[in-house]
Design a protein around this ligand. Structure first.
Ligand code: ADP
Length: 261
C-alpha cells in the first residue's frame, strides 16, 4: 500500500510539473516549427544548408509529439463514463490498431462471449489499447503476433493473495499478449513509473504504461503483468463490471510464469 501511495504521489507531482512546462514549451516549439517550415519553403531542398534545416524541423516535430504526450498525461482529462460493451469499442478500433502495429505483425482478436458491460469513458479504452499495442509491437523484431482477448472474470480472495493489487469482485478482463522479447525483472520493477523507458531517445517517453496505470486505477481496476524473457508478455487489465450481479466464470489461469505480483 505504501508503494502504491508513493507511486500515486509521484504521478501527481510529475503530472503537475509536466503539464505546466509542456504547455509553454509546446507554444515555443510551434514557433520553431513554423519558422523552420518557412525557411525550408524559401530555401528549398537543394541547398547545402537544407539538410540542417530539415534536422531542426524533425527534432522540433519529435519534441512537439513528446510535449503532446506529456500534456495528455498531465491533463486531468474530463472523463465522461458511460455503460458500454468493451467488445463493441474494440471492434471499432481494430483497423486503427492494425495500422499502428504494421503489416509484419499479426493481430488476433478474441472477443469473449456474453461480456458484462463496463462503465467508463471509451477514449480511455483507446488510450489503454494503443499504448499496450505499441509496446507489444516494439517488443517484437520482424514478425510476431499480438492477441487481444476479453472475458468476464470473477476475482476471489485467492487471487487477491496472489496479486497485491487485486480486489475481489466481478470484472471484465482485457488482455493484450505478445510473443516479443519479454520483460526482465529489473525492468519489471520500474514498469509503471513515469518516464521509465528502455527505448531509444525519440522512440520512448516512458509515459505509456504510467498512463495505462492511471486510467485503470481511476476506474477502480487493476493490472497484472505476466512475462517471460524471450517468450512474451501478457498485460491483463481488470475493469470492474458494471453489473455486479452477473454470474461470471473464474478468470483464465495464467499460462506463463509470473514475474509480477
Ligand atoms: P515507452 O513505451 O515510452 O518506453 P512505457 O511506459 O509504455 O514507455 O513502457 C516502459 C518500458 O516497459 C518500455 O520501455 C519497455 O522496456 C517495457 N515494456 C512495456 N511493454 C512491454 C512489452 N510488451 N514487452 C517488453 N517490454 C515492455
Amino acid at each position: 500500500l505504501e508503494e502504491q501511495l508513493r507511486m500515486a504521489q509521484k504521478m501527481e507531482s510529475v503530472g503537475r510539473l509536466a503539464g505546466g512546462v509542456a504547455h509553454d514549451f509546446n507554444n515555443m516549439l510551434g514557433v520553431i516549427l513554423g519558422y523552420s517550415e518557412l525557411a525550408l519553403a524559401q530555401i528549398g531542398t537543394e541547398q547545402p544548408i537544407s539538410g540542417a534545416l530539415q534536422g531542426i524541423h524533425q527534432a522540433a516535430r519529435r519534441s512537439a509529439d513528446l510535449t503532446q504526450q506529456l500534456l495528455a498525461f498531465a491533463r486531468k482529462q474530463e472523463v465522461v463514463p458511460r455503460v458500454l460493451d468493451l467488445n463493441e469499442v474494440l471492434a471499432g478500433m481494430l483497423d486503427m490498431l492494425k495500422r499502428l502495429i504494421g503489416e509484419h505483425i499479426d493481430l488476433v482478436w478474441q472477443p469473449g462471449d456474453h461480456l458484462a458491460p463496463v462503465n467508463m469513458d471509451p477514449s480511455q479504452i483507446d488510450q489503454i489499447l494503443a499504448n499496450l499495442c505499441i509496446n507489444a509491437r516494439d517488443a517484437m523484431k520482424d514478425t510476431g503476433r499480438i492477441v487481444i482477448e476479453t472475458g468476464n472474470a470473477a476475482v476471489d480472495d485467492a487471487d487477491t493473495s496472489r496479486y497485491a493489487e487485486a480486489v475481489p469482485g466481478h470484472y471484465v478482463l482485457l488482455s493484450v499478449s505478445d510473443d516479443g522479447c519479454g520483460i526482465d525483472p529489473e525492468t519489471r520493477s520500474h514498469l509503471f513509473e513515469p518516464f521509465f523507458t528502455t527505448k531509444d531517445i525519440g522512440k520512448g517517453t516512458g509515459l505509456g504504461l504510467a498512463t495505462v496505470y492511471g486510467i485503470v486505477k481511476q476506474n477502480n481496476g487493476f493490472v497484472i503483468v505476466d512475462s517471460e524473457s524471450g517468450r512474451g508478455t501478457t498485460f491483463s487489465i481488470y475493469l470492474p463490471s458494471h453489473d455486479e450481479h452477473i454470474n461470471t466464470p473464474s478468470p483464465p489461469a495464467s499460462k506463463k510464469t509470473s514475474v509480477s505480483g
